[in-house]
Design a protein around this ligand. Structure first.
Ligand code: G6P
Length: 489
Protein backbone atom coordinates (compact mmCIF):
# COMPACT_ATOMS: atom_id res chain seq x y z
CA UNK A 1 0.00 0.00 0.00
CA UNK A 2 1.34 3.42 -0.78
CA UNK A 3 1.05 5.63 2.26
CA UNK A 4 0.12 9.23 1.96
CA UNK A 5 0.19 12.39 3.95
CA UNK A 6 -3.44 12.69 4.80
CA UNK A 7 -5.66 15.12 6.57
CA UNK A 8 -7.42 14.68 9.88
CA UNK A 9 -11.21 14.93 9.83
CA UNK A 10 -10.87 18.28 11.55
CA UNK A 11 -7.97 19.69 9.60
CA UNK A 12 -9.65 22.98 8.83
CA UNK A 13 -10.05 23.64 12.55
CA UNK A 14 -6.39 23.11 13.28
CA UNK A 15 -3.59 25.56 13.77
CA UNK A 16 -2.17 26.09 10.30
CA UNK A 17 0.97 27.77 11.71
CA UNK A 18 2.29 24.67 13.43
CA UNK A 19 5.50 23.29 11.97
CA UNK A 20 5.07 20.42 9.59
CA UNK A 21 8.19 18.33 9.80
CA UNK A 22 6.15 15.29 8.89
CA UNK A 23 7.77 12.52 6.95
CA UNK A 24 5.86 11.94 3.73
CA UNK A 25 4.63 8.51 4.83
CA UNK A 26 2.86 9.80 7.93
CA UNK A 27 -0.77 10.35 8.85
CA UNK A 28 -2.50 13.30 10.50
CA UNK A 29 -5.11 11.06 12.10
CA UNK A 30 -4.54 7.65 13.66
CA UNK A 31 -6.73 5.26 15.57
CA UNK A 32 -4.95 2.63 17.64
CA UNK A 33 -6.70 -0.36 19.17
CA UNK A 34 -5.65 -3.85 20.18
CA UNK A 35 -7.54 -5.30 17.23
CA UNK A 36 -7.63 -4.19 13.64
CA UNK A 37 -11.09 -4.42 12.03
CA UNK A 38 -9.97 -7.56 10.22
CA UNK A 39 -8.89 -10.79 11.77
CA UNK A 40 -6.70 -13.54 10.40
CA UNK A 41 -7.62 -16.19 12.93
CA UNK A 42 -10.89 -17.40 11.43
CA UNK A 43 -11.61 -19.48 8.35
CA UNK A 44 -11.09 -16.30 6.41
CA UNK A 45 -13.96 -15.62 4.09
CA UNK A 46 -12.64 -12.42 2.49
CA UNK A 47 -9.17 -13.12 1.02
CA UNK A 48 -8.14 -14.76 4.27
CA UNK A 49 -9.67 -12.00 6.41
CA UNK A 50 -12.86 -11.83 8.39
CA UNK A 51 -14.43 -9.00 10.38
CA UNK A 52 -13.13 -8.85 13.96
CA UNK A 53 -15.54 -9.50 16.82
CA UNK A 54 -16.92 -7.00 19.29
CA UNK A 55 -18.45 -3.58 19.71
CA UNK A 56 -15.27 -1.56 19.25
CA UNK A 57 -14.82 -2.68 15.65
CA UNK A 58 -18.57 -2.39 14.94
CA UNK A 59 -18.42 1.26 15.98
CA UNK A 60 -15.10 2.36 14.51
CA UNK A 61 -15.10 0.57 11.15
CA UNK A 62 -17.75 2.82 9.56
CA UNK A 63 -15.79 5.89 10.71
CA UNK A 64 -12.47 4.66 9.42
CA UNK A 65 -13.97 3.56 6.09
CA UNK A 66 -14.74 7.23 5.44
CA UNK A 67 -11.56 8.63 6.97
CA UNK A 68 -8.15 9.20 5.41
CA UNK A 69 -6.41 8.25 8.63
CA UNK A 70 -4.70 4.99 9.53
CA UNK A 71 -5.75 2.27 11.94
CA UNK A 72 -2.94 0.73 13.99
CA UNK A 73 -3.63 -2.63 15.65
CA UNK A 74 -3.10 -6.37 15.85
CA UNK A 75 -4.36 -8.48 12.97
CA UNK A 76 -5.46 -11.56 14.92
CA UNK A 77 -2.64 -14.03 14.20
CA UNK A 78 0.38 -14.87 16.36
CA UNK A 79 3.98 -14.64 15.21
CA UNK A 80 3.27 -12.96 11.90
CA UNK A 81 4.75 -9.66 10.74
CA UNK A 82 2.88 -7.86 8.00
CA UNK A 83 3.49 -4.66 6.07
CA UNK A 84 0.84 -1.93 6.24
CA UNK A 85 -2.00 -2.68 3.82
CA UNK A 86 -5.37 -1.45 2.68
CA UNK A 87 -8.69 -3.24 3.31
CA UNK A 88 -12.24 -1.96 2.66
CA UNK A 89 -10.67 1.44 1.90
CA UNK A 90 -9.02 1.59 5.34
CA UNK A 91 -5.27 2.04 5.77
CA UNK A 92 -4.19 -0.61 8.26
CA UNK A 93 -0.90 -0.77 10.15
CA UNK A 94 -0.47 -4.24 11.71
CA UNK A 95 1.33 -4.63 15.04
CA UNK A 96 2.76 -8.14 15.53
CA UNK A 97 2.22 -10.19 18.69
CA UNK A 98 4.08 -13.38 19.54
CA UNK A 99 2.30 -16.46 20.89
CA UNK A 100 3.80 -15.70 24.31
CA UNK A 101 2.57 -12.13 24.23
CA UNK A 102 -0.88 -13.31 23.27
CA UNK A 103 -0.93 -15.47 26.34
CA UNK A 104 0.50 -12.92 28.78
CA UNK A 105 -0.67 -9.55 27.45
CA UNK A 106 -3.96 -10.40 25.66
CA UNK A 107 -5.40 -13.48 27.37
CA UNK A 108 -3.67 -12.72 30.66
CA UNK A 109 -3.44 -9.07 31.67
CA UNK A 110 -6.09 -7.68 29.29
CA UNK A 111 -8.71 -10.40 29.60
CA UNK A 112 -8.08 -12.19 32.89
CA UNK A 113 -6.94 -9.16 34.95
CA UNK A 114 -8.43 -5.95 33.55
CA UNK A 115 -11.63 -7.28 31.91
CA UNK A 116 -13.06 -8.92 35.08
CA UNK A 117 -11.75 -6.09 37.29
CA UNK A 118 -13.48 -3.46 35.15
CA UNK A 119 -16.72 -5.49 34.98
CA UNK A 120 -17.66 -5.55 38.65
CA UNK A 121 -15.39 -8.55 39.37
CA UNK A 122 -18.13 -10.87 38.02
CA UNK A 123 -15.25 -13.33 37.59
CA UNK A 124 -12.27 -13.08 39.94
CA UNK A 125 -9.42 -11.04 38.38
CA UNK A 126 -5.96 -12.61 38.49
CA UNK A 127 -2.84 -10.59 39.20
CA UNK A 128 0.47 -11.85 37.82
CA UNK A 129 3.66 -9.84 37.51
CA UNK A 130 4.71 -11.60 34.30
CA UNK A 131 1.40 -10.52 32.70
CA UNK A 132 1.97 -6.92 33.77
CA UNK A 133 5.47 -6.93 32.31
CA UNK A 134 4.14 -8.18 28.97
CA UNK A 135 1.36 -5.55 29.05
CA UNK A 136 3.96 -2.77 29.40
CA UNK A 137 6.15 -4.20 26.66
CA UNK A 138 3.30 -4.63 24.20
CA UNK A 139 1.82 -1.19 24.96
CA UNK A 140 5.24 0.26 24.09
CA UNK A 141 5.17 -1.60 20.77
CA UNK A 142 1.78 -0.13 19.88
CA UNK A 143 3.02 3.33 20.90
CA UNK A 144 6.15 2.90 18.73
CA UNK A 145 4.01 1.91 15.73
CA UNK A 146 1.94 5.07 16.16
CA UNK A 147 5.05 7.21 16.55
CA UNK A 148 6.49 5.79 13.33
CA UNK A 149 3.37 6.71 11.35
CA UNK A 150 2.21 9.96 12.97
CA UNK A 151 2.76 13.28 11.23
CA UNK A 152 3.87 16.30 13.25
CA UNK A 153 0.95 17.47 15.38
CA UNK A 154 -1.20 14.47 14.39
CA UNK A 155 -4.34 13.51 16.24
CA UNK A 156 -4.10 10.06 17.81
CA UNK A 157 -7.13 8.29 19.22
CA UNK A 158 -6.19 5.39 21.51
CA UNK A 159 -8.90 2.81 22.17
CA UNK A 160 -9.79 0.66 25.13
CA UNK A 161 -8.43 -1.12 28.18
CA UNK A 162 -5.74 -3.13 26.38
CA UNK A 163 -3.76 0.07 25.63
CA UNK A 164 -4.04 2.23 28.74
CA UNK A 165 -0.30 2.94 28.92
CA UNK A 166 -0.09 4.17 25.33
CA UNK A 167 -1.20 7.80 25.97
CA UNK A 168 1.71 8.53 28.35
CA UNK A 169 4.16 6.66 26.12
CA UNK A 170 3.09 8.81 23.17
CA UNK A 171 3.34 12.01 25.16
CA UNK A 172 6.84 11.16 26.40
CA UNK A 173 8.13 10.59 22.87
CA UNK A 174 5.94 13.01 20.91
CA UNK A 175 4.60 15.96 22.89
CA UNK A 176 3.46 17.46 19.55
CA UNK A 177 0.61 14.92 19.25
CA UNK A 178 -3.01 15.53 20.23
CA UNK A 179 -3.87 12.47 22.26
CA UNK A 180 -7.39 11.17 22.91
CA UNK A 181 -8.37 7.94 24.63
CA UNK A 182 -11.72 6.17 24.66
CA UNK A 183 -12.59 3.40 27.09
CA UNK A 184 -15.22 1.11 25.56
CA UNK A 185 -15.84 -0.78 28.78
CA UNK A 186 -16.88 0.48 32.23
CA UNK A 187 -14.35 2.14 34.51
CA UNK A 188 -14.78 0.57 37.95
CA UNK A 189 -15.46 2.35 41.22
CA UNK A 190 -12.35 3.28 43.16
CA UNK A 191 -12.88 0.55 45.79
CA UNK A 192 -12.64 -2.16 43.11
CA UNK A 193 -9.95 -0.49 41.00
CA UNK A 194 -7.83 -0.23 44.16
CA UNK A 195 -7.20 -3.99 43.98
CA UNK A 196 -4.95 -3.58 40.95
CA UNK A 197 -1.31 -3.79 42.10
CA UNK A 198 -0.30 -1.47 39.22
CA UNK A 199 -3.15 1.01 39.68
CA UNK A 200 -0.89 4.08 39.80
CA UNK A 201 0.99 3.15 36.63
CA UNK A 202 -2.24 2.48 34.72
CA UNK A 203 -3.74 5.80 35.80
CA UNK A 204 -0.54 7.64 34.89
CA UNK A 205 -0.61 5.95 31.50
CA UNK A 206 -4.12 7.27 30.87
CA UNK A 207 -3.26 10.73 32.17
CA UNK A 208 -0.91 11.09 29.21
CA UNK A 209 -4.01 11.89 27.11
CA UNK A 210 -5.48 15.36 26.60
CA UNK A 211 -9.01 13.98 26.62
CA UNK A 212 -10.29 10.73 28.11
CA UNK A 213 -13.66 9.50 26.88
CA UNK A 214 -15.91 7.08 28.76
CA UNK A 215 -19.30 5.55 28.03
CA UNK A 216 -21.15 6.96 31.04
CA UNK A 217 -20.65 9.98 33.32
CA UNK A 218 -20.13 7.55 36.21
CA UNK A 219 -17.17 5.92 34.45
CA UNK A 220 -15.57 9.34 33.98
CA UNK A 221 -16.02 10.26 37.63
CA UNK A 222 -14.79 6.84 38.80
CA UNK A 223 -11.63 7.46 36.79
CA UNK A 224 -11.18 11.01 38.09
CA UNK A 225 -11.61 9.94 41.71
CA UNK A 226 -9.10 7.11 41.30
CA UNK A 227 -6.63 9.47 39.61
CA UNK A 228 -6.84 11.98 42.46
CA UNK A 229 -6.50 9.24 45.03
CA UNK A 230 -3.65 7.22 43.55
CA UNK A 231 -1.60 9.72 41.50
CA UNK A 232 -0.36 13.27 41.95
CA UNK A 233 -3.22 14.60 39.76
CA UNK A 234 -5.28 17.39 41.30
CA UNK A 235 -8.41 19.19 40.18
CA UNK A 236 -12.15 19.22 40.65
CA UNK A 237 -14.80 16.94 39.21
CA UNK A 238 -13.61 15.45 35.96
CA UNK A 239 -11.15 18.28 35.17
CA UNK A 240 -7.75 17.09 36.27
CA UNK A 241 -4.37 18.80 36.39
CA UNK A 242 -1.01 17.06 36.18
CA UNK A 243 2.45 18.59 36.55
CA UNK A 244 4.71 18.22 33.54
CA UNK A 245 8.14 19.81 33.22
CA UNK A 246 7.27 22.30 35.96
CA UNK A 247 4.03 23.30 34.19
CA UNK A 248 0.47 22.32 34.80
CA UNK A 249 -1.33 20.38 32.04
CA UNK A 250 -5.07 19.81 32.01
CA UNK A 251 -6.63 16.41 31.38
CA UNK A 252 -10.38 16.08 30.84
CA UNK A 253 -12.41 12.96 31.55
CA UNK A 254 -15.88 13.11 29.98
CA UNK A 255 -18.71 10.85 28.82
CA UNK A 256 -19.24 10.19 25.09
CA UNK A 257 -21.79 7.36 24.74
CA UNK A 258 -20.89 5.36 21.65
CA UNK A 259 -23.41 4.33 19.01
CA UNK A 260 -23.76 2.47 15.71
CA UNK A 261 -24.05 3.17 12.01
CA UNK A 262 -27.83 3.37 12.37
CA UNK A 263 -28.44 4.24 8.74
CA UNK A 264 -26.58 1.19 7.48
CA UNK A 265 -28.45 -1.26 9.70
CA UNK A 266 -31.75 0.39 8.89
CA UNK A 267 -31.03 0.19 5.14
CA UNK A 268 -30.05 -3.47 5.37
CA UNK A 269 -33.32 -4.09 7.20
CA UNK A 270 -35.25 -2.84 4.16
CA UNK A 271 -33.45 -5.09 1.64
CA UNK A 272 -35.88 -7.63 0.13
CA UNK A 273 -33.39 -10.52 0.33
CA UNK A 274 -32.78 -9.86 4.04
CA UNK A 275 -36.51 -9.58 4.76
CA UNK A 276 -36.98 -12.86 2.92
CA UNK A 277 -34.17 -14.44 4.94
CA UNK A 278 -35.94 -13.36 8.18
CA UNK A 279 -39.11 -15.13 6.95
CA UNK A 280 -37.08 -18.20 6.16
CA UNK A 281 -35.55 -18.26 9.66
CA UNK A 282 -39.03 -18.13 11.22
CA UNK A 283 -40.26 -20.83 8.88
CA UNK A 284 -37.26 -23.09 9.60
CA UNK A 285 -38.07 -22.86 13.31
CA UNK A 286 -41.62 -24.11 12.62
CA UNK A 287 -43.28 -20.68 12.57
CA UNK A 288 -43.51 -20.13 16.32
CA UNK A 289 -45.73 -17.25 17.48
CA UNK A 290 -42.82 -15.60 19.22
CA UNK A 291 -39.10 -15.65 18.48
CA UNK A 292 -36.83 -14.36 21.20
CA UNK A 293 -33.21 -13.55 20.39
CA UNK A 294 -29.96 -13.16 22.28
CA UNK A 295 -26.77 -12.12 20.45
CA UNK A 296 -23.57 -11.93 22.44
CA UNK A 297 -19.93 -12.79 22.46
CA UNK A 298 -19.80 -15.84 24.70
CA UNK A 299 -18.73 -13.77 27.71
CA UNK A 300 -19.66 -14.05 31.40
CA UNK A 301 -20.51 -10.34 31.52
CA UNK A 302 -23.44 -10.85 29.13
CA UNK A 303 -25.78 -12.65 31.56
CA UNK A 304 -26.46 -15.57 29.20
CA UNK A 305 -26.84 -17.94 32.17
CA UNK A 306 -29.43 -15.66 33.82
CA UNK A 307 -31.39 -15.46 30.57
CA UNK A 308 -31.40 -19.25 30.14
CA UNK A 309 -32.46 -19.73 33.75
CA UNK A 310 -35.41 -17.37 33.34
CA UNK A 311 -36.45 -19.10 30.11
CA UNK A 312 -36.11 -22.59 31.59
CA UNK A 313 -38.26 -21.61 34.58
CA UNK A 314 -40.93 -20.11 32.32
CA UNK A 315 -41.07 -23.39 30.39
CA UNK A 316 -41.23 -25.39 33.64
CA UNK A 317 -43.97 -23.13 35.02
CA UNK A 318 -45.91 -23.56 31.77
CA UNK A 319 -45.99 -19.79 31.26
CA UNK A 320 -44.40 -20.27 27.83
CA UNK A 321 -44.67 -23.34 25.59
CA UNK A 322 -42.31 -24.88 23.09
CA UNK A 323 -43.77 -24.48 19.62
CA UNK A 324 -45.20 -21.11 20.60
CA UNK A 325 -41.95 -19.55 21.77
CA UNK A 326 -38.40 -20.24 20.58
CA UNK A 327 -35.23 -18.65 21.89
CA UNK A 328 -32.40 -18.18 19.39
CA UNK A 329 -29.12 -17.68 21.20
CA UNK A 330 -26.18 -16.62 19.06
CA UNK A 331 -23.05 -16.92 21.19
CA UNK A 332 -20.07 -15.91 19.11
CA UNK A 333 -16.78 -17.57 20.05
CA UNK A 334 -14.59 -15.34 22.18
CA UNK A 335 -11.28 -15.59 24.09
CA UNK A 336 -11.56 -19.34 24.00
CA UNK A 337 -8.23 -20.05 25.66
CA UNK A 338 -9.07 -18.04 28.78
CA UNK A 339 -10.18 -20.37 31.59
CA UNK A 340 -13.30 -18.43 32.64
CA UNK A 341 -14.54 -18.44 29.04
CA UNK A 342 -13.99 -22.18 28.73
CA UNK A 343 -15.95 -22.78 31.93
CA UNK A 344 -18.74 -20.51 30.75
CA UNK A 345 -19.02 -22.34 27.45
CA UNK A 346 -19.33 -25.68 29.21
CA UNK A 347 -22.00 -24.34 31.52
CA UNK A 348 -24.02 -22.63 28.81
CA UNK A 349 -23.89 -25.62 26.50
CA UNK A 350 -24.81 -27.96 29.37
CA UNK A 351 -27.80 -25.78 30.23
CA UNK A 352 -28.97 -25.53 26.62
CA UNK A 353 -28.69 -29.32 26.29
CA UNK A 354 -30.73 -29.83 29.44
CA UNK A 355 -33.45 -27.37 28.40
CA UNK A 356 -33.75 -28.84 24.92
CA UNK A 357 -33.62 -32.41 26.22
CA UNK A 358 -36.48 -31.67 28.56
CA UNK A 359 -38.73 -29.50 26.41
CA UNK A 360 -38.05 -30.13 22.71
CA UNK A 361 -40.60 -31.99 20.60
CA UNK A 362 -39.98 -33.70 17.26
CA UNK A 363 -41.11 -30.53 15.47
CA UNK A 364 -39.93 -27.76 17.74
CA UNK A 365 -36.95 -26.68 19.76
CA UNK A 366 -36.84 -24.53 22.91
CA UNK A 367 -33.40 -23.00 22.33
CA UNK A 368 -31.66 -22.80 18.99
CA UNK A 369 -28.07 -22.33 20.15
CA UNK A 370 -25.49 -21.13 17.61
CA UNK A 371 -21.84 -20.93 18.59
CA UNK A 372 -20.86 -18.93 15.49
CA UNK A 373 -20.31 -15.40 14.36
CA UNK A 374 -22.28 -14.17 11.36
CA UNK A 375 -21.97 -11.42 8.76
CA UNK A 376 -24.01 -8.31 9.37
CA UNK A 377 -26.63 -9.27 6.75
CA UNK A 378 -27.49 -12.45 8.68
CA UNK A 379 -27.54 -10.52 11.96
CA UNK A 380 -30.04 -8.06 10.53
CA UNK A 381 -32.21 -10.94 9.29
CA UNK A 382 -32.15 -12.33 12.84
CA UNK A 383 -33.10 -8.93 14.28
CA UNK A 384 -36.01 -8.81 11.83
CA UNK A 385 -37.11 -12.32 12.76
CA UNK A 386 -37.02 -11.60 16.50
CA UNK A 387 -40.17 -10.39 18.27
CA UNK A 388 -38.29 -10.00 21.53
CA UNK A 389 -34.62 -9.08 21.93
CA UNK A 390 -32.93 -10.10 25.18
CA UNK A 391 -29.98 -8.03 26.41
CA UNK A 392 -29.34 -9.19 29.97
CA UNK A 393 -25.73 -8.14 30.59
CA UNK A 394 -24.57 -8.04 34.21
CA UNK A 395 -22.28 -5.17 33.26
CA UNK A 396 -21.61 -3.72 29.80
CA UNK A 397 -19.90 -0.50 28.74
CA UNK A 398 -22.57 0.19 26.12
CA UNK A 399 -24.00 -2.89 24.28
CA UNK A 400 -24.35 -2.11 20.62
CA UNK A 401 -26.52 -5.17 19.91
CA UNK A 402 -29.40 -3.41 21.68
CA UNK A 403 -28.94 -0.39 19.40
CA UNK A 404 -28.67 -2.56 16.28
CA UNK A 405 -31.93 -4.33 17.10
CA UNK A 406 -33.72 -0.98 17.40
CA UNK A 407 -32.14 0.26 14.17
CA UNK A 408 -33.44 -2.82 12.33
CA UNK A 409 -37.06 -2.46 13.53
CA UNK A 410 -38.18 0.04 10.90
CA UNK A 411 -41.85 -0.81 11.27
CA UNK A 412 -41.83 -0.11 15.01
CA UNK A 413 -42.67 -3.67 16.03
CA UNK A 414 -40.67 -5.73 18.49
CA UNK A 415 -39.76 -5.47 22.15
CA UNK A 416 -36.36 -4.86 23.69
CA UNK A 417 -35.60 -6.27 27.13
CA UNK A 418 -32.56 -4.37 28.32
CA UNK A 419 -30.38 -4.67 31.41
CA UNK A 420 -30.04 -1.56 33.57
CA UNK A 421 -26.34 -2.41 33.82
CA UNK A 422 -25.58 -1.49 30.21
CA UNK A 423 -24.55 1.95 29.01
CA UNK A 424 -27.32 1.62 26.39
CA UNK A 425 -29.95 1.79 29.14
CA UNK A 426 -29.14 5.53 29.51
CA UNK A 427 -30.24 6.15 25.92
CA UNK A 428 -32.85 3.45 25.25
CA UNK A 429 -35.12 4.46 28.09
CA UNK A 430 -38.28 3.04 26.51
CA UNK A 431 -36.93 -0.52 26.58
CA UNK A 432 -38.28 -2.97 29.16
CA UNK A 433 -35.51 -2.31 31.67
CA UNK A 434 -34.56 -5.20 33.91
CA UNK A 435 -32.17 -6.20 36.66
CA UNK A 436 -30.76 -9.50 35.31
CA UNK A 437 -30.03 -10.75 38.84
CA UNK A 438 -33.76 -10.60 39.58
CA UNK A 439 -34.89 -13.79 37.84
CA UNK A 440 -38.56 -13.32 38.81
CA UNK A 441 -38.47 -9.78 37.38
CA UNK A 442 -36.77 -11.02 34.22
CA UNK A 443 -39.44 -13.73 33.76
CA UNK A 444 -42.17 -11.13 34.13
CA UNK A 445 -40.46 -8.85 31.63
CA UNK A 446 -40.32 -11.72 29.13
CA UNK A 447 -44.03 -12.48 29.44
CA UNK A 448 -44.80 -8.76 29.27
CA UNK A 449 -42.71 -8.46 26.10
CA UNK A 450 -44.45 -11.44 24.50
CA UNK A 451 -47.87 -9.95 25.14
CA UNK A 452 -47.07 -6.25 24.70
CA UNK A 453 -49.98 -4.55 22.87
CA UNK A 454 -48.78 -3.40 19.46
CA UNK A 455 -49.66 0.25 20.14
CA UNK A 456 -47.46 0.35 23.24
CA UNK A 457 -44.65 -1.57 21.54
CA UNK A 458 -44.79 0.78 18.55
CA UNK A 459 -44.61 3.95 20.65
CA UNK A 460 -41.63 2.62 22.60
CA UNK A 461 -39.75 1.42 19.53
CA UNK A 462 -40.34 4.68 17.63
CA UNK A 463 -38.99 6.75 20.52
CA UNK A 464 -35.88 4.56 20.70
CA UNK A 465 -35.39 4.74 16.94
CA UNK A 466 -35.53 8.53 17.04
CA UNK A 467 -32.78 8.50 19.66
CA UNK A 468 -30.34 6.35 17.68
CA UNK A 469 -31.12 7.89 14.30
CA UNK A 470 -29.87 11.21 15.67
CA UNK A 471 -27.17 9.91 17.98
CA UNK A 472 -25.26 7.64 15.63
CA UNK A 473 -21.61 6.67 15.64
CA UNK A 474 -20.64 9.43 13.25
CA UNK A 475 -21.97 11.97 15.71
CA UNK A 476 -20.09 10.21 18.53
CA UNK A 477 -16.74 10.42 16.78
CA UNK A 478 -17.17 13.95 15.55
CA UNK A 479 -18.16 15.17 19.02
CA UNK A 480 -15.16 13.42 20.57
CA UNK A 481 -12.69 14.69 17.97
CA UNK A 482 -14.02 18.27 18.06
CA UNK A 483 -13.71 18.24 21.82
CA UNK A 484 -10.16 16.90 21.53
CA UNK A 485 -9.27 19.71 19.12
CA UNK A 486 -10.85 22.22 21.49
CA UNK A 487 -9.04 21.02 24.62
CA UNK A 488 -5.70 20.95 22.77
CA UNK A 489 -5.94 24.61 21.78
C1 G6P B 1 -15.14 -5.65 23.53
C2 G6P B 1 -13.92 -4.79 23.80
C3 G6P B 1 -13.05 -4.68 22.58
C4 G6P B 1 -12.73 -6.06 22.03
C5 G6P B 1 -14.03 -6.84 21.77
C6 G6P B 1 -13.78 -8.25 21.26
O1 G6P B 1 -16.00 -4.99 22.66
O2 G6P B 1 -14.29 -3.52 24.27
O3 G6P B 1 -11.85 -4.01 22.88
O4 G6P B 1 -11.97 -5.99 20.85
O5 G6P B 1 -14.76 -6.90 22.97
O6 G6P B 1 -12.94 -8.95 22.12
P1 G6P B 1 -11.56 -9.53 21.63
O7 G6P B 1 -10.85 -9.95 22.87
O8 G6P B 1 -11.94 -10.66 20.74
O9 G6P B 1 -10.84 -8.45 20.89
Amino acid sequence: MSQKTVSSPLEDQEDSTRPNAAPSDAYDFLVVSNRLPVDRAGDGDDNGWRRSPGGLVTALAPIMEKSDGAWVGWHGAADEELEPFEHDSMALVPVPLSADELELYYEGFSNATLWPLYHDVIAPPEFHRAWWEAYQRVNQRFADAVIAHAAQGAMVWVQDYQLQLVPAMLRAARPDLKIGFFNHIPFPPQEIFAQLPWRRQVLEGLLGADLLGFQRPNDASNFARAARRFTAATGKGTRLAVMEGGRERLVRAEAFPISIDTQRISELASRPDIIERARQIRHDLGDPKTIMLGVDRLDYTKGIRHRLKAFEELLTDGRVKVGEVTLIQVASPSRERVEQYRLLREEVEGTVGRINGTFDTMQHTAVRYLHHSYPVEEMVALYLAADVMLVTALRDGMNLVAKEYVAARRDGTGALILSEFTGAADQLKQALLINPHDIAGLKNAITTAITLPSGVAGRRMKAMRRQILVHNVEEWSSIFLSRLTEVCR
